[in-house]
Design a protein around this ligand. Sequence first.
Ligand SMILES: NC(=O)c1ccc[n+]([C@@H]2O[C@H](COP(=O)([O-])OP(=O)(O)OC[C@H]3O[C@@H](n4cnc5c(N)ncnc54)[C@H](OP(=O)(O)O)[C@@H]3O)[C@@H](O)[C@H]2O)c1
Length: 385
Amino acid sequence: MEAKKRKISIIGSTGSIGRQALEVIEKLGDKFEIVALAGGNNVELLKKQAEKFKPKYICSNAASSRAGESWGEGLTILHGTEGLEQICSNKENDIILVACSGKVGLRPTLTAIKNGIDIALANKETLVMAGDIVMSEAKKYGVNIIPVDSEHCAIHQCIKDINQVDKLIITASGGPFLHKSIEDMKNATVEQALAHPRWNMGKKITVDSATLMNKGLEIIEAHHLFGFDYDDIDVVVHPQSIVHSAIEYVDGSVIAQLGLPSMHIPIQYAITYPERFEGIKSKSFSFSEIARLDFEKPDYEKFPTVKLAYETGRTGGTATVCMNAANEEAVFAFLDGKIKLYNIYEITKKMCDEHKVIHNPTIDEIFAVDEQIRGKTKEYIAKFS
Ligand SMILES: NC(=O)c1ccc[n+]([C@@H]2O[C@H](COP(=O)([O-])OP(=O)(O)OC[C@H]3O[C@@H](n4cnc5c(N)ncnc54)[C@H](OP(=O)(O)O)[C@@H]3O)[C@@H](O)[C@H]2O)c1
């Protein structure tokens, strides 16, 4: 008897994670049926993906595309946030990969959860902005949130009995400035910040990896995904990116997950969970080829973003919403050449220090704070030139 195909939709199919997910799905042959593909502005790529993968629905956010227009027979065109809502409330889906960047991911994720659809979650902002709400809704509706981020995917793979785990250990490659001076970092060009030594990712997350804010966001994600106190989440720098993260059990045993640095593996794990397939594997892992694994303490003076993430995470409420919004606006300003790399932290810290935290915020309050902080950050950045 033919095995049932898993039905999947991808939000952010035109991005780095989305494109790699389609490569994984292509490799897996007849294991998946694509219900919907959604992208932002890259309509040309979305059209090509639609021709190749034949989804039933396509959703674009581009001004040049409209709901209801024709891109081919049997294909329904959706548009914008309404379109994303339609995709995420379609119970045909067994799983939805949320791989868009930014706050766009939050509402569709909540909609999918309310419709009982499992989530493969790449979008960090969803948990950083509203981790308490998202995780409690997932529990209420019996939905699995399977992490795609390589560190959280590693922890997910290591944990057998969460009650016996003492500590999570998140690894960080250290980014392009790991062994550079603070001065080098201060004067870094956009090109240098985007030259990540290990991972090829979207621009926003690549800059976050250069400032180590990405690790800060991951600490907050880990807190929500696995329910660990911030005191029990450690960060260790591991430049080779082979150990993707680890856990320490109460008896001192440490279990780590290792693999070559490729996002294909965690993406495949998340969308096929709990099954495993050869799929995208191209070569066998060899300890002797890797030869050495290094670990070092993070330099919190050079990378104060990690401390800031611990602080806002411990404060909770809208503190992490503020940090996320201010950081994102500052990253965009850096990419536009308006500020220096080091200003990203200074601006984000200032916004966090001035923010009046709302505890236990509603989703609407979260979005309102996000808007307000973005506006305030942009105003502040305008004074920099
Ligand atoms: N890349 C990685 O290795 C990696 C690893 C772990 C976690 N993540 C997380 O995964 C998320 C995506 O990262 P990425 O590197 O793949 O980013 P990316 O390459 O910049 O891709 C972002 C995707 O989001 C889409 N998008 C933007 N606005 C949209 C909207 N309003 N509606 C629908 N789609 C929209 C983009 O569409 P267009 O391109 O068509 O505009 C694109 O498909 C981020 O939250 C990131 O932190 C990424």
